[in-house]
Design a protein around this ligand. Structure first.
Ligand code: SF4
Length: 320
């Protein structure tokens, strides 16, 4: 059996708000990502998906748990070489292409910064590398001397992707990379990410709140709610046989293009709002909004376990 490239083991990230208040952004999250695959992480705003992604690129130190890269603990690295190895192999594409690019830097400076930091290249080699990267994301050499404000949102996100690729990473956390873009541009950027993955053997954690986007790009999907994992399955299996009441509600909210199918589709409306992640109770995090809640749901956190008879399908719910 192939070893996973990334192993997330019982990862928790808490933020202390005050003496008695702890925001549990991520709690006891465990999953693997294999080389060359795309794992989609989906859920509403505030479910902990971006915090999980930020722990994976070491922007946050976890409160508990481990992240292993090729079997090595990324937070336990002692030597400079070990720390650099993970930094070089891991990059992030940010959600907002308007704020994630420095407006005072040219495209050449933005894309070339990582190359100059990690390698010794002369000016000619640097220009050639940047030109190759810009071509890979659908831009060209003429764009090198321009500033980010001279580009559209889609082009800015392409610059962000070229920057992420500049250090030849193996693993990229894509944090809602298309949610700030016009719908007409979203498909172009998604297709480009798929093409780059194939050409460069990349592995993605793709974070999004839109399940239809996640389905299009992911091999496996993880559904999060209020900091915890609710369900995980291969993408096709999750969409055909959702088991967790929250996943079912999310899937029922995907708009249907065919009016005949849309008419027959029952939309599950969730009651209330997503509760506060500050000092959450030790019970099912979805209990206040679940139509199937039983007494045990308010007393115990359901175990995240494999569904009987289904390969690779896990769910955290007392119904199973
Ligand atoms: Fe609903 Fe209970 Fe399942 Fe939670 S554990 S999703 S409250 S049925």
């Amino acid at each position: 059996m192939m070893e996973p490239l990334i192993q997330v083991q019982n990862l928790s990230k808490y933020f202390k708000i005050s003496k008695h208040e702890i925001l549990k952004a991520v709690e006891d999250v465990s999953f693997d990502i294999y080389e060359g695959e795309t794992v989609g992480l989906v859920g509403e705003s505030g479910c902990g998906k971006s915090t999980t992604g930020r722990c994976l690129v070491k922007l946050y130190n976890p409160t508990q748990g481990k992240v292993l890269y090729n079997g090595k603990d990324i937070f336990g690295a002692k030597s400079k070489a070990e720390k650099l190895e993970y930094c070089n192999n891991t990059q992030m594409i940010f959600q907002n292409p308007y704020s994630s690019l420095n407006p005072r830097m040219t495209v050449k400076d933005i894309v070339g910064e990582g190359i100059k930091l990690h390698e010794q290249v002369n000016e000619k080699e640097l220009d050639e590398r940047i030109e190759d990267l810009l071509r890979a994301v659908g831009l060209n050499r003429d764009h090198m001397s321009r500033f980010s404000h001279e580009f559209s949102g889609g082009q800015r996100q392409r610059i962000g992707i070229a920057r992420a690729l500049s250090v030849n990473p193996k693993f990229i956390v894509c944090d809602e990379p298309i949610s700030a873009l016009d719908v007409s541009i979203q498909a172009q950027v998604l297709n480009m990410l798929k093409k780059l993955q194939k050409e460069r053997g990349l592995t993605y954690l793709f974070i999004a709140h839109d399940l239809s986007v996640v389905k299009y790009i992911s091999d496996r999907v993880i559904v999060m709610y209020l900091g915890m994992m609710m369900e995980q399955a291969d993408a096709d299996e999750l969409y055909k046989n959702p088991m967790h009441p929250y996943t079912k509600a999310l899937l029922s909210a995907i708009p249907e293009a065919d009016p005949n199918i849309a008419k027959s589709k029952d939309r599950i409306k969730l009651k209330g709002e997503i509760p506060s992640p500050i000092n959450p109770k030790d019970c099912c995090r979805f209990v206040e909004r679940c139509a199937y809640a039983k007494p045990i749901c308010s007393e115990q956190i359901p175990k995240f376990k494999m569904v009987d008879g289904k390969a690779n399908h896990k769910v955290a719910c007392h119904l199973y």
